[in-house]
Design a protein around this ligand. Sequence first.
Ligand SMILES: [Zn+2]
Length: 126
Amino acid sequence: MYLPDLAQYQYGVPVPLPDVLAVGWLAAGQPFTVGEIEPDLLAAIGRLVVTHRANPVRGVHECDLCAESRVTRLRAASGESLLLGSAEIWIRAEATGLVYAAPNLIHHYITVEFPGFSGDCSGVVD
Ligand SMILES: [Zn+2]
């Protein structure tokens, strides 16, 4: 499922949600922005994948940016292995009330798919 960054969220809902904005809904052949990320932000995203599971699904969405189709996982600090592509992260901005919704695959996209990423990929299990 591709959604442009900051588009109204519209995955599995009858109408787009104006107060929920999409972030990180990437797909092969679609443009996306690549940039720097602070290690603390990546660590926070890794924690959110574990603690803020929204809209979990029974199946798993495999990353279609990978050269070969594969299920991706994240090893949590607890040792638990979490399937990425199986839920979302929803975060509300207190200042605006807007909610940002990202697939939990966003952690994989940042650590594996972004060609300029040079951070610490420890904890990533693929
Ligand atoms: Zn991938």
